[in-house]
Design a protein around this ligand. Sequence first.
Ligand code: A3P
Length: 299
Amino acid sequence: MSIDEFYFMHHGLVLPKETHSQESVRFFGQEFTFKDDDAVAVTYPKSGTIWMQEILPLVLNGGDLTPIHTILNWDRVPWLEEKRFQTLVDQLASPRALVTHLPYQFMPPSFFSSKAKVIYVMRNPKDVIVSSYYFYQMAKFLEDPGSWDEFIGKFLKGRVMFGKWTDHVKSWMHTQLGDRIIYITYEQMIQDLPATVRLISEFLGKNLSDEVIEKIAHHCSFKSMQSNVMSNFSLVSDKYMDSSKSQFLRKGVAGDWKNHFSSKQLAHISSVIYKELEGESFALPWSLDGTAVVTNVDA
Ligand code: A3P
């Protein structure tokens, strides 16, 4: 099977044909206009996107659970670059919660002239590889991952949707957005979800009570999301996702990489990633050689 069967290239970026098209990226790039009160979660795939699709609407509306119980997550907080976006955009009430996997340089002019805020969520790339490997097995619209070794190779070369992890991170770590962007990690959310929800709410100018913060964190826990049909992808047809192979909400932990890599594979991954980030002015919030170090990202 060739890569062209599943993907097309958009200015050097690998995009899945099933969910994206040249028209969908053109629409986002040329016709969509950002508003000042938009909140955009930006992630490399498998870093916590759907988690943000749960958290953001609740933060923006003060903890009203209606959206997470009545609207499917991909319509509730849509992907800007996907085909569905064009049909949804006029129905979104402000302040809008949006998500994208696009690197920074793909954002359109109205993004740069607006005051839209960005929450960039990063996850330890070793766990991103593990999560991706299972996702590529269950998602029928993505190329089969091949063997574990093969998939690690594809991931590191950027032969996966949205290209190389290091390119994505570099693009969003070097923005001119000033206080319009915050960086959070998946591991930070795992470690203390209420504190992270508080951080996001303050960043978005919402002064939420401790009670509301706790309520949001409770309804955005892995368990709550697993049992929420609007968020757990159980309503997606078998034609697109084979849940007998893996679940979208698979494990929801930090550090699953410890169960998957050989020491040789780990050494290879860290050497490739460190080399590609050589000379960068930012430090990763994890040590790729050892255990996860959770700190705020120092951009
Ligand atoms: P795992 O495959 O490691 O379980 P994305 O939404 O960017 O595709 O990321 C999916 C990953 O986020 C999956 O990781 C999924 O389980 C995890 N995830 C989603 N919601 C979560 C939550 N509430 N708590 C912990 N992990 C969550």
